[in-house]
Ligand binder design. Structure first.
Ligand SMILES: N[C@@H](CCC(=O)N[C@@H](CS)C(=O)NCC(=O)O)C(=O)O
Length: 205
């Protein structure tokens, strides 16, 4: 299998952290240069038609995209340590937390960065600065919610480390591009959790 990634991009990083947590370190990783538009090339689009990373090319040539789908596949192949839930109930609650983070935290942060940061102008055209700024405000509501969750439980989805922590951590690290730091914004529990996450070997990627 081959994993197509992009250094510093949050979604590939989610898969890279997921692999690291599973102790998988022999999967071939192929960098795709987003700045030069390599992901829009015909050859990359033949693998990922919507021109997105990450993408996982299977040994039979089929290609999986979408971070959660790739992680679901890896979890199936390498069940330990379990990161996505061991039974129907746990799987559903972890997925709920992960999707909340993805849709209501990662998406507005990505929109804010993509529409306001000059470095992202090559990816996002046209950039709508006002829309970006409003998305930056909107994500504060989710940060507040996350801060409350982490005040009462050690991890994003509850009492153990899961894929939802990986999604939230990669999102928060990406939010540095919009100069957001949880502690400075008053979210002390979110900051403490982020600092704990930053100490994991998988976070060094
Ligand atoms: N929903 C997708 C999102 C993938 C995505 O947006 N990837 C970004 C990098 S983090 C990308 O490929 N951006 C290139 C572009 O938008 O042109 C997933 O979960 O993998």
């Amino acid at each position: 299998m081959k994993l197509y990634i992009s250094p510093r991009a949050p979604n590939p990083r989610r898969v890279q952290m997921f692999l690291a947590e599973k102790g998988i370190n022999d999967l071939e990783q192929i960098p795709v240069d987003l700045n030069s538009g390599e992901h829009r090339s015909e050859s990359y689009r033949s693998k990922s038609p919507l021109a997105k990373v990450p993408a996982l090319e299977l040994d039979d040539g089929r290609v999986l995209t979408e971070t959660r789908a790739i992680c679901t596949y890896i979890e199936g192949l390498y069940p330990e340590p379990n990161l996505m839930g061991i039974d129907a109930t746990e799987r559903a609650f972890i997925e709920m937390a992960d999707r909340r983070v993805e849709w209501y935290f990662m998406l507005p942060i990505a929109n804010c960065v993509r529409h306001t940061h000059p470095g992202l102008a090559t990816l996002e055209q046209p950039q709508f600065a006002d829309f970006g700024a409003s998305q930056g405000e909107k994500m504060l509501g989710t940060a507040q919610w996350l801060d409350g969750e982490l005040a009462k439980q050690p991890w994003v989805a509850g009492d153990r480390f899961t894929i939802a922590d990986i999604t939230a951590f990669c999102t928060l690290e990406f939010a540095k591009l919009m100069r957001f730091k949880a502690g400075e914004a008053g979210f002390v529990h979110l900051q403490a959790w982020r600092d704990k996450m930053a100490g994991r070997p998988s976070a060094q990627i």
